[in-house]
Ligand binder design. Structure first.
Ligand code: ARG
Ligand code: GLU
Length: 706
């Protein structure tokens, strides 16, 4: 009875003073400070169970996947879950017209059918240490880079001595703090299964960054290790990893208000940028980059629609170009809606009045003023750099082959003729991989459009650039350059010997690239770097001022691809006046989208049949099958695949996106509308078990009904 009363009483309190989602991506090492707040919000774990170096803890089940995503261990045999879009390039690389895993999905029925992925890694954090004092030891200041670097080298060396670990020291808050990360890197990660694109990428670009959402964004991998259970490069003899800790599955009903916690590797946030910088990205940088990508996406989209081969070749590239493109559009819109520049300016006014209250704080106001002035004067340097990246790194594909060829064509082979053949063989192998995913028509359209745009943008700082006749140049390069055609390339390279070395200089693609790319590397990049260094030094002082002058506020360092924790609750939102988002979506909603006829919502017949028969197995709730839900957790890119955990630390689902109205949260977080999007683990299991007949994988996991 008393217990009942308490429940009601707590519920009332919650009603009177609703708990707000909090911004912040917390360092696991420091989570003790938040333990009581988390427990007050319903969490039943202790800080030690979340992060510990003395015993197994949740952190040991969480891995950085492939450098850019998060994954989690869910069985005692090294079974790993991540997003479909995180495993996408692996799924794509195993696919062909004969084995179209993109279209039909893939499920290894036994371990020996699990597929190797050269180069793919998964990294576990062994421990985190605050090494700020050690990094700054003997330094004359926070920017005494030579001393800092030496201290870092020593720390890393000491941290890994006598172990199979790797280590890294990361700067936080623009070099106001340093943490050492000791890592265990697994190198044999095999592909176990994926649903078809019509589930894993359901909604495509139409629904990307959007709620309501019905994407089954998951794929399955497994970590293999040597016989000693330690990381080892791929070998047929490797065995499934026995983890220190794996996650149990939260297999129970959910409701709005449930505690949620996201544990993963968020990539980059920029909460501290000053008003002038926000203005620069909103008004200049983002719009120009969006326009560049409009062009590539149009060319790629056309090609993919016209041919199945091009669809397979370009699907991963298209998804990656489109993803940032759409996020940027959402960000600019969101920042405008929030009146972001004014919000920053008013913060800055307040910051300066606080700084005026003590003479020793004057340096903080000065740093802020210098930042805004400096950025206003030097934004063009960053702009040129950004456009160069869009053009040379994201633009025409053949630039990539050009880069890969650089060593062979520019090496000093007279001195080391014996290495020449090896380099040639290497390049021929890269060329084959390159051309497997290349279509000259698509690339030609991208080249023509982006070159014209690059020429037109303010990046026309390059001498001679305006004399280039883009149409003629495009025709010539795609009709005769060996870099744009596999037959021409192999014909040139196969008989290529030390004698005719340098003949390549006559190639029109090569000539073009060699004229303009070096300017980017030698002028644009260094100017940008210099500018960045200056800004970082000023930001260091500015951010130090936030901690010093406003100690009562909650401070947290920006995301920097290190392990972080954020918590909130399962929660819908009211993103704009007059509109409310409910907190979950269902299979019925997915079928309704399918009925609209948009190809992004295409489903295979099996899904339609299962949905019609309402065959939810044990995975439903109240006669529905939950597909996705939203939470008020502060996340960003890199959190994809991150486990969303319940009050017991059990896996509720996989984080994979944010809603349209929250894409601006990397700059400004708004608790009223910022929501992360999660695919419910019960739907993931339903797809494995009922849809795909891969129940053996579900059987590896531990399902917790309480
Ligand atoms: N927006 C999500 C993230 O940033 C998902 C991207 C994958 N989906 C897609 N349709 N491109 O990575
Ligand atoms: N899809 C993103 C990723 O790949 C996560 C979404 C976000 O940026 O919040 O990490």
């Amino acid at each position: 009875m008393l217990k009942r009363f308490f429940v009601v009483f707590t519920a009332l309190c919650t009603f009177v003073a609703p708990m707000r989602a909090d911004e912040g991506m917390l360092i696991p090492l420091l989570i003790k400070a938040f333990e009581s707040d988390m427990q007050a919000r319903g969490m039943k774990l202790t800080a030690e169970q979340i992060y510990s170096v003395n015993q197994a803890s949740l952190k040991d089940a969480i891995l950085q996947f492939g450098g850019g995503c998060t994954a989690e261990l869910v069985s005692n045999q090294g079974l790993l879950l991540t997003n479909h879009h995180c495993g996408y390039s692996q799924i794509q690389s195993h696919s062909s017209l004969e084995h179209d895993y993109l279209k039909n999905g893939f499920w290894a029925q036994e371990k020996k059918e699990e597929l190797a992925n050269p180069g793919l890694t998964a990294m576990r954090i062994v421990r985190i240490e605050d090494v700020t004092a050690l990094v700054l030891n003997n330094a004359s200041g926070k920017n005494d880079q030579a001393v800092l670097n030496q201290n870092i080298v020593n720390l890393v060396k000491k941290a890994v001595e006598g172990t199979h670990y790797e280590a890294e020291v990361k700067a936080f808050d623009y070099g106001n703090a340093y943490y050492l990360m000791v890592k265990e890197v697994f190198k044999d990660i095999r592909f176990v299964g994926t649903p078809p694109n019509s589930i894993g990428k359901f909604g495509g670009d139409t629904d990307n960054w959007v709620w309501p959402r019905h994407t089954g964004d998951f794929s399955v991998f497994r970590i293999y290790v040597g016989k000693d259970n330690k990381p080892a490069p791929y070998s047929a003899d490797n065995i499934p990893y026995t983890p220190i800790q794996y996650l149990n599955i939260s297999f129970k009903e959910r409701k709005e208000g449930d505690f949620t916690m996201v544990y993963g590797f968020p990539g980059v946030t920029e909460q501290h940028v000053v008003s002038e910088y926000l203005k620069f990205i909103m008004e200049q940088e983002r719009p120009a980059r969006i326009a560049m990508r409009d062009e590539s996406l149009e060319a790629i989209g056309k090609g993919m629609k016209a041919s199945d081969l091009v669809r397979i070749q370009y699907s991963a590239k298209q998804a990656s170009i489109a993803n940032a493109w759409k996020k940027w559009i959402g960000q600019v819109e969101g920042l405008k809606n929030l009146d972001g520049i004014a919000v920053k300016q008013s913060y800055e006014t307040n910051y300066k009045s606080q700084a005026a209250t003590k003479p020793e704080w004057k340096k903080y106001a000065d740093a802020l003023d210098s930042l805004n002035q400096w950025i206003k004067m030097n934004a063009d340097k960053e702009f040129r750099y950004a456009m160069g990246v869009e053009y040379f790194a994201v633009g025409p594909e053949f630039f990539k082959l050009m880069k890969a060829s650089n060593d062979l064509f520019n090496g000093d082979w007279e001195k080391s003729p014996d290495l020449f053949e090896a380099e040639k063989t290497k390049l021929m192998a890269s060329a084959r991989t390159f051309f497997k995913n290349y279509n000259a028509q698509v690339d030609q359209e991208i080249f023509a459009a982006l070159t014209a745009r690059y020429q037109k943008e303010k990046s026309a700082y390059i001498k001679n650039w305006n004399q280039v006749n883009v149409l003629e140049l495009t025709k010539e390069i795609y009709a005769s350059s060996m870099f744009t055609d596999s037959t021409r390339f192999l014909k040139f390279i196969q008989p290529y010997s030390l004698k005719n070395y340098k003949k390549v200089a006559k190639d029109p693609g090569y000539q073009f690239y060699q004229t303009f790319y070096p300017i980017f590397v030698q002028e644009v990049v260094p100017a940008f770097r210099q500018c960045q260094a200056k800004i970082t030094a000023l930001m260091q002082v500015y951010v130090e001022g936030k901690y010093a002058m406003f100690p009562q506020e909650k401070h947290w360092p920006d995301a920097n691809s290190t392990l972080r924790i954020t918590y909130g609750q399962l929660e819908g939102s009211t993103p704009v006046d007059g509109m409310a988002y409910t907190e979950h979506t269902t299979l019925d909603g997915m079928i309704a989208k399918n009925a609209t006829g948009n190809p992004d919502f295409e489903l295979l017949p099996r899904m339609l049949e299962l949905a019609k028969s309402k065959n939810y197995g044990p995975y439903g709730q109240d006669g529905e099958l939950w597909v996705c839900f939203t939470g008020s957790n502060h996340t960003t890119g890199g959190n994809s695949g991150s486990p969303v955990l319940d009050e017991n630390g059990y896996l509720m689902g996989l984080n994979f996106d944010r809603s349209w109205e929250s894409t601006m949260s990397d700059y400004l977080f708004d608790p009223n509308r910022c929501r992360n999007i999660v695919v419910d683990i019960r739907y993931v299991l339903w797809v494995m078990d009922i849809y795909a007949g891969a129940k053996h994988l579900v059987d590896e996991m531990t399902l917790m009904k309480e």
